[in-house]
Design a protein. Structure first.
Length: 461
């Protein structure tokens, strides 16, 4: 009886399949599609599945007011017109400008281009608002992200610490949500931009499906020095107006349109050494004038911080053969006298296609090229950024990346090394991986309208 029932059931199923085979196949296909979609949905919505931090896009500020453009000669005239500098200080300023690597089209805030200059708090706030809002507006246009979607804001500006903070200023200007997470970093120097990137990265690791807006800038008004201490006059000559806005995301859906994803962040802090800590110091001179003093130890401090930073970074990015050479040399130098065995400089051109080295000044660039054994082509973004925009502090590495994009150099799969130095003393590195080939024709950045004019010969600048 059981055998008969089983056979009967099989026959019934076969007959039903024969009569409804098309309907059954449609149902099976629909079930498979539904299963795939459900799996994909769970994957996209599960924050533990995605550890990537994507760089959707970024924007660098370029002043549109021609009154803000400052040639070296006009800078000297403005400096002299204040009546606060001695003749020997003016001569020193001229010599610094002549060998600074800075060109004739950098920018100062409008309040400093006037005679007499105005360095009041209101003008400092106006300068920062113009830069920050200008960069963010351009970024929003490029990414099409709605302001309501921004969940995290990280700002950094060393010398201008107004109340309310810069991050609060952004919340107020764009009328952002009451639960937006805001962070404001100050006093952390030219390397603070990459610190902001790391902070945003850590926040994105614990806040799924979020956008983080990072703002890096400096306030030239607040950093101006009106005394005659030579170590404090150098900053006046090098620093210029600039800022960058960067949009980061942890949404997998953004992987298709993002330009880069973040591979590594390495931070090095040498503040435990007094000479490094004091190498860049904001203070008052003997007459009570406030400025930023650069000590004679700054180059050695930068070298020590760089060595420590690349020792950590090397094992993550260098080919195995280069790692072995570097490790062997390091062990030998520790076993024997370091003066006997010369330090081995790894070939980082095997690890990166592009280098965005902070525009600290021509002397810093020369030393970096020598230490890292980079070609003139690899140093070009840094040198041209210093020439065209001056030292824009923490945002300089973004002007350099924009230069690479405007030149059409960034291809899918390329690796970019951003490295910055700053007070503390700190050296920070960020490694990015290009997710797409950047078409310069479709790009809009501060180099777009004039990229055909570069590179220029900066030997005599």
């Amino acid at each position: 009886m059981s055998y008969f029932c089983n056979n009967f059931l099989v026959i019934m199923i076969q007959d039903f399949w024969a009569d409804h085979d098309e309907i059954i196949m449609v149902l099976i296909r629909c079930g498979l599609i539904a299963s795939i979609l459900a799996t994909l949905y769970c994957y996209l919505m599960n924050p533990t599945k995605n550890k990537h931090v994507y760089l959707v896009d970024f924007a660098c500020y370029k002043p549109h007011n021609p009154a803000c453009m400052c040639t070296k000669e006009s800078f000297l005239k403005l400096t002299k017109s204040t009546g606060k500098y001695r003749d020997e200080s003016l001569d020193f300023t001229r010599k610094i400008l002549e060998r600074s690597g800075i060109g004739e089209k950098t920018y100062l805030p409008e309040c400093l281009m006037k005679t007499p200059s105005n360095t009041c708090l209101a003008e400092a706030r106006n300068e920062t608002e113009s830069v920050v809002i200008g960069a963010i507006d351009e970024l929003m246009l490029k990414t099409k992200v709605k302001k309501e979607e921004i969940g995290i804001i990280v700002t950094n500006c060393s010398l201008f610490n107004n109340i309310p903070s810069l991050s609060s200023m952004i919340v107020n200007h764009y009328k952002l949500s009451h639960n937006v997470l805001t962070y404001n970093l100050s006093g952390m120097g030219c390397s603070a931009g990459l610190i902001s990137i790391e902070l945003a990265k850590q926040l994105l690791q614990v806040h799924p499906n979020s956008y983080a807006l990072v703002i890096s800038t400096e306030n030239i008004n607040s950093g101006s020095y009106f005394g005659n201490n030579r170590s404090m006059l150098v900053s006046n000559c090098l620093f210029r107006v600039g800022g960058a806005a960067i949009l980061l995301s942890n949404r997998i859906s953004d992987s298709l349109r993002s330009k880069y994803y973040l591979k590594h962040i390495v931070r090095t802090h040498k503040g435990y050494q007094d000479n490094c800590y004091n190498s860049i110091l904001q203070k008052e001179d003997d007459n009570g004038d406030t400025g930023v003093a650069l000590s004679k130890d700054i180059m050695s401090s930068a070298g020590e911080a760089l060595n420590a930073n690349i020792s950590t970074l090397a094992k993550n990015v260098l080919p195995l053969i280069e790692q072995l050479k570097f490790l062997t040399n390091l062990v030998a130098r520790n076993l024997f006298k370091k003066k006997v065995i010369k330090a081995y400089a790894p070939n980082f051109m095997l690890a990166f296609e592009h280098f965005c080295i902070h525009t600290g000044g021509k002397a810093v660039q020369d030393q970096m090229q020598k230490v890292l054994k980079l070609s003139d082509w690899h140093m070009e973004p840094s040198r041209m950024t210093l020439y065209r925009y001056g030292n824009t502090s923490s945002s300089s590495v973004w002007y350099e990346l924009a230069y690479c994009e405007a030149k059409g150099r960034v291809k899918k799969g390329h690796r970019i090394w951003q490295i910055a130095f700053g007070s503390g003393f700190k050296c920070n590195s960020a490694v990015w991986y290009a997710l797409q080939t950047i078409d310069p024709v479709k790009e809009k950045n501060p180099w777009t309208d004039e990229i055909h004019e570069f590179p220029v010969n900066v030997t005599n600048h």
